[in-house]
Design a protein around this ligand. Structure first.
Ligand SMILES: O=C(O)c1ccc2[nH]nc(Br)c2c1
Ligand SMILES: O=C(O)c1ccc2[nH]nc(Br)c2c1
Length: 162
């Protein structure tokens, strides 16, 4: 059974993420969406909310597990969870420049490979950060996130810790 992990903060999950995860689900028997918590970072949504949004927007796909990644090394997480590959979307060459050293490190640390999926052309501009910025300034982000995520963003919950 081939298990992959898609790590991220998913703060919030958006259509670009969903498209990459759906493709990963077509390549592996099981895909863990590992939602990160970094206590030094300020998140718009709590870990629970970020996992709930991922679960509800991925409910139609088989073989998807959504769980916290915890604070440690991704390589250790992969070893512990028996993951054979990390799957990441790539939107640009700068994504690749950023991801390449970590991919090599993870292979050296835990023998885990990284599979890069080029993001869909119409999502290459998407990031959770930009979506939040456009939303807070009143822009229409309905094309970039599922309806359930849009509802939460429009509800304007206050920023929260981890
Ligand atoms: O949500 C994030 O932080 C994040 C970052 C980088 C990412 N690459 N591929 C995916 Br899916 C992804 C998600
Ligand atoms: O949302 C982000 O921050 C983010 C970052 C990096 C990413 N690579 N591929 C995807 Br989809 C993606 C999304």
């Amino acid at each position: 059974m081939r298990r992959a992990v898609c790590p991220g903060s998913f703060d919030p999950i958006h259509n670009g993420h969903l498209e990459v995860i759906a493709r990963a689900a077509g390549l592996f028997d099981e895909v863990i969406v590992a939602v990160s918590t970094n206590y030094a970072k300020k998140y718009r949504f709590s870990l629970e909310d970020r996992m709930e949004m991922a679960r509800e927007t991925l409910a139609s796909l088989r073989g998807i597990i959504v769980e916290p990644m915890g604070e440690g090394l991704l390589a250790e997480y992969c070893r512990h969870r028996g993951v054979s590959a990390i799957v990441k979307g790539l939107r640009s060459s700068s994504d690749f420049d950023y991801e390449l050293p970590m991919a090599t490190m993870n292979r050296q640390l835990a023998g885990v490979e990284t599979v890069f999926l080029p993001a869909e052309a119409h999502y290459v501009h998407l990031s959770s950060t930009l979506i939040k910025e456009v939303n807070v300034l009143g822009g229409d982000i309905s094309d970039f996130v599922p309806k359930s995520v849009l509802k939460r963003l429009l509800a304007g919950e206050p920023p929260t810790e981890g």
